[in-house]
Design a protein around this ligand. Structure first.
Ligand SMILES: Cc1cc2nc3c(=O)[nH]c(=O)nc-3n(C[C@H](O)[C@H](O)[C@H](O)COP(=O)(O)OP(=O)(O)OC[C@H]3O[C@@H](n4cnc5c(N)ncnc54)[C@H](O)[C@@H]3O)c2cc1C
Length: 343
């Protein structure tokens, strides 16, 4: 008997808060569909695991986004996120169903939950991944499906691919916006299974109060369709950079250098230690193109860069580039956009 014959399917933890499902869960389901399609001989399904209270009605939404099956754990103890109860429930779902792999969004919740579940199961976890592939050669040789999970390492200067050959499930947390969201199909049908955990926890925490952090940012850069990115080279002309964003109906974001220099808030930062964005248009102004920044924006549909250094790394990932001073180019850009709009 092959080592992991009883393990099958790709499970995706479906994160929700007040019944609103986190988009990253659907990005992971979209990617899991591609993974199972690459190994049709295994006959794997994509299974969503939905935890919460009164969340069963959300199962069809998860199926519409690509799941073949949804396992729902509906319990009052899961109303709000609790490390203890969520880890307990998810561990039991995994032990009962034996998935080949389990993917979770690298959100604050996912980063708290997934390692605890991995530790309870005594399996490996690749955190903060940016790419997942099935090792097709290995699958052919061994009859086992092995995930090659890639993540930035050494401060983002290198990418490492991690495999968990000897344990199942293979677990990973993946950053939001790394994978593309597949279109929804509301006619899709799938199985919904309810799972009742037997709580093993002996020392329940008491939920006293939920304090919601005041949203500092007036905007969410991850939702913007057009982003105008400010780098250190545009710090002396941020007002005109804002005008470019306004004229285009876009939003200003920035590099870590600009945050560290005190010009913009951290929630505007794009990159490895900031946010991952995927807009239709990203205009990079005075940005050098360090890997840690590019990791957060290189999947933008169209990248236009302005930099006075023709050798700047940012040009290597740009669709179009202007060699020039931002303080000169940006006012011209505002005028050109205005003129184009007036036509
Ligand atoms: C662990 C780690 C995590 C990190 N995470 C992030 C992250 O999440 N996001 C992030 O952005 N960085 C991150 N960094 C920092 C990153 O390595 C770079 O230092 C940073 O992105 C550089 O920002 P910058 O391009 O604005 O500045 P600089 O590197 O100083 O580049 C400025 C650029 O502007 C050009 N320029 C200067 N003046 C002008 C002008 N007048 N007109 C036109 N061009 C001009 C210059 O030619 C240069 O290319 C991280 C670093 C580490 C070690």
């Amino acid at each position: 008997m092959a080592r992991f014959e009883e393990y099958k399917d790709i499970f995706v933890f479906v994160e929700q808060e007040n019944g609103n499902i986190a988009e990253v869960s659907y990005e992971l389901i979209s990617e899991a569909r591609k993974l199972v399609a690459s190994i049709p001989e295994f006959g794997y399904k994509v299974v969503g695991v939905l935890l919460g209270e009164n969340v069963k009605e959300k199962a069809q939404e998860v199926i519409s986004h690509g799941a073949d099956k949804v396992i729902v754990v509906d319990d009052a103890l899961l109303k709000d996120y609790s490390t203890q109860f969520y880890a307990d429930a998810l561990t039991q779902v995994v032990l009962a169903h034996k998935p080949d792999s389990m993917l979770t969004g690298a959100t604050p919740l996912g980063r708290d939950l997934a390692p605890r579940v991995a530790a309870r199961l005594n399996v490996g976890l690749t955190a903060d991944a940016t790419k997942i592939e099935v090792d097709l050669e290995y699958a052919k040789e061994t009859g086992e499906s092995l995930l090659d999970v890639t993540r930035p390492t050494f401060g983002g200067n290198l990418f490492g691919t991690i495999v968990c050959k000897d344990t199942r499930p293979q677990m990973a947390t993946i950053r939001p916006k790394v994978f593309e969201l597949a279109p929804t199909d509301t006619t899709r049908t799938g199985e919904v299974e309810e799972f009742t955990p037997s709580w093993t926890t002996t020392d329940p925490q008491v939920f006293v109060e939920k304090v919601i952090e005041k949203v500092k940012a007036d905007v969410d850069i991850t939702k913007a369709n057009i982003l105008v990115g400010a780098g250190r080279g545009a710090e002396n002309c941020l007002d005109v950079l804002q005008k470019v964003a306004d004229e285009l109906g876009g939003v200003v974001c920035c590099t870590r250098a600009v945050v560290e220099d005190g010009f913009l808030d951290k929630d505007r930062q794009v990159g490895q230690t900031g946010k991952t964005v995927r807009p239709s248009l990203y205009i990079a102004c005075g940005i050098s193109g360090a890997v840690q920044h590019c990791a957060g924006m290189d999947k933008s549909d169209l990248i236009i860069s302005i930099n006075r250094d023709p050798q700047a790394e940012i040009f290597n990932i740009s669709n179009m580039g202007f060699v020039g001073d931002c303080a000169t180019v940006l006012p011209l850009l505002v005028e050109s956009i205005k003129a184009a709009k007036a036509e």
